[in-house]
Design a protein around this ligand. Structure first.
Ligand SMILES: [Ca+2]
Ligand SMILES: [Ca+2]
Length: 567
């Protein structure tokens, strides 16, 4: 900063002029602001938008904030007079008021810097014309800078132009997708109505089929065979009961007689008692109580002779006492109703020779499917009409109806699911936080991009999952699933900046660390591609890439700017 006495018109005279006196005048005229030759131009450092306000009224001027009236001469006199610093646009005198300096950068684009950087001896990158310093300090590089800038900008514009054409196909895709989803919602809605009716109709049939079955069963139970079977059952059951009673009684009697046999006194010579004992000994196959211990061999042979024929008698298909004891209960537990239905089926199946059933064997294979279909339709109608009796009322028929009903219910559920999915997809399609206001991202849903870094190949399936795949064998790790767009608080959802960042979160946990995650930074490009991969922090990966989805069409004003700058 140069400090000048209040009365001095700075830069206009003295050493500054003699310094440049050796340079031809026309060069000086081209290179230096007018202020170098006389008092500093009053509008020096004023941005074009504020120029109309730097006009004196009767040699006086009002500070921009309107707080103070000063002489016009006080403007750009290198002494701060206005509280807002607006009287010193071209010097650093009001640097502490946060005032600004504008460099025109003829040949490039004008820029604004802070006043504190005026006359500080340093050349500002922003001011390629060097106007922030005294003449001769900084070279004017605006021609080169401007050309390089325009070249770069032209390249970018070209990419944007091509990219935005691709982007517009993405938008068309989204619109088609919208139509497809809308018609899907429409058609599934209609399908749901049809399927609901079908479910109701089949429910009716199931109810009827099951009630018909119950009635048919009652009918079958009237079969003489079944009635007789039930009588046999009752008789057998009664017999079993009576047999048991007799067994018990017989046991009691043998106990009484055994007591009598061993306890009576033979010395009383009571013939009735002796006869009873002898009779019991004969029936039970016992030796006489007085002979116990004598002639054992003889007795044994006798016993065996008597036992043998009894066994032979039972052999002939007849049940033994043991079998009666053990197996009769099981026999009586038979499910007679199932038996009845089985019997019914058995009787019905072997019937042969009905034209309708045997026709198939005469037909060529090609016609068979149609024939089977027609046959089944005819049969089902016959059953419904009662032409074919029995089959319509069989348990298998009612279970077939139930199967059809279950199938229809499942189909209805499926249709409802499809509709719900289509509606959800439709909601996402043009959502700002989903596939963008124009749906331009939908086309990229599920598109997988890869970047080989040597050791690993990084894969990002857009809106899906990001993975790290080792190139030399080993496990692939999930780096997370799509979690949303740029969530930075200074970025509003929907603005271009918002779509330049995607987060993939909750990947496989690092050993002794956090879950892996990805920040994907995207920019406009003619291709969908990944460019670089770095590990930002432990297990957090920064991936950059390009996509046409970010190439916004060039607006009319941008096009004009570009043309004007090119002049
Ligand atoms: Ca001043
Ligand atoms: Ca400077």
């Amino acid at each position: 900063m140069i400090t000048l006495p209040r009365t001095r018109q700075h830069v206009a005279s003295g050493p500054a002029l003699s310094l440049y006196s050796m340079i031809p005048l026309h060069v000086l005229l081209l290179s230096f602001p007018l202020g170098c030759f006389a008092a500093l131009e009053k509008t020096f450092g004023v941005p074009p938008s504020l120029l109309p306000r730097y006009v004196p009224v009767k040699s006086s001027w009002k500070c921009l904030d309107g707080s103070k009236q000063i002489p016009w001469d006080f403007v750009n006199d290198d002494s701060c007079d206005c509280p807002d610093g607006s009287d010193e646009p071209g010097t650093s005198a009001c640097a502490n008021k946060n005032s600004a300096f504008y460099c025109h950068n003829v040949g490039h684009i004008g820029a604004t810097i802070r006043s504190s950087r005026v006359n500080d001896g340093l050349c500002e990158l922003e001011c390629c014309d060097g106007s922030d310093e005294l003449p001769g300090v900084c070279p004017n590089t605006c021609k080169e800078v401007g050309e390089a800038y325009r070249k770069k900008r032209n390249e970018e514009m070209k990419i944007r132009k091509t990219g935005s054409k691709i982007r517009s196909t993405y938008i068309i895709f989204a619109q088609k997708e919208k139509k497809r989803l809308e018609s899907l919602v429409e058609s599934t809605s209609q399908e749901i109505v049809v399927r609901r009716n079908e479910v109701a109709r089949l429910k009716d049939i199931v109810d009827r089929a099951e009630s018909i079955s119950a009635a048919a069963l009652e009918h079958k139970k009237e079969s003489p065979l079944y009635i007789s079977l039930m009588e046999h059952y009752t008789a057998l059951k009664s017999l079993q009961r009576e047999h048991k009673k007799l067994q018990d009684r017989s046991k009691e009697l043998s106990t009484i007689l055994d007591t009598l046999r061993t306890g009576y006194n033979p010395n009383y010579q009571d013939m009735a008692v002796l006869e009873a004992v002898r009779g019991w000994e004969q029936i039970a196959g016992l030796e006489h109580i007085n002979d116990v211990g004598k002639d054992k061999e003889e007795e044994k042979e006798e016993e065996e002779k008597q036992a043998q024929p009894a066994v032979q008698e039972e052999d002939d298909g007849m049940w033994t006492a043991e079998e009666l004891e053990q197996d009769l209960d099981e026999l009586l537990n038979t499910d007679y109703v199932s038996l009845l239905l089985e019997h019914d089926e058995h009787v019905r199946t072997p019937v042969k020779g009905t034209l309708l059933f045997d026709l198939a064997s005469y037909l060529p294979d090609t016609v068979l499917p149609q024939y089977e279909e027609i046959k089944n339709t005819v049969l089902s109608w016959f059953r419904l009409l009662g032409v074919i009796r029995g089959d319509d009322t069989s348990a298998s028929e009612s279970s077939r109806a139930r199967q059809a009903f279950t199938d229809a219910e499942n189909a209805l559920k499926k249709a409802e699911e499809n509709k719900k999915n289509a509606e959800d997809d439709l909601d996402d399609l043009f959502s700002v936080e989903g596939f963008g206001k124009d749906g331009e991202w939908k086309k990229l849903d599920g598109l997988c991009l890869e970047k080989d870094t040597g050791e690993y190949t990084y894969e990002v399936c857009l809106f899906g999952e990001a993975r790290q795949k080792p190139n030399k064998g080993g496990s692939t790790f999930s780096l997370g699933h799509f979690d949303g767009w740029n969530s930075s608080p200074d970025v509003t959802p929907g603005e271009p900046e918002y779509y330049k960042k995607q987060y993939y979160k909750h990947g496989a946990r690092c050993w002794n660390g956090p879950e892996r995650s990805v920040v994907l930074e995207l920019s406009c490009g003619t291709e969908n591609a990944l460019l670089t991969v770095v590990e930002l922090e432990k297990c957090e990966y920064g991936i950059t890439g390009t996509t046409p989805a970010l190439c916004l069409p060039i607006s009319e004003s941008e096009g004009k700017d570009n043309n004007r700058e090119e002049l």
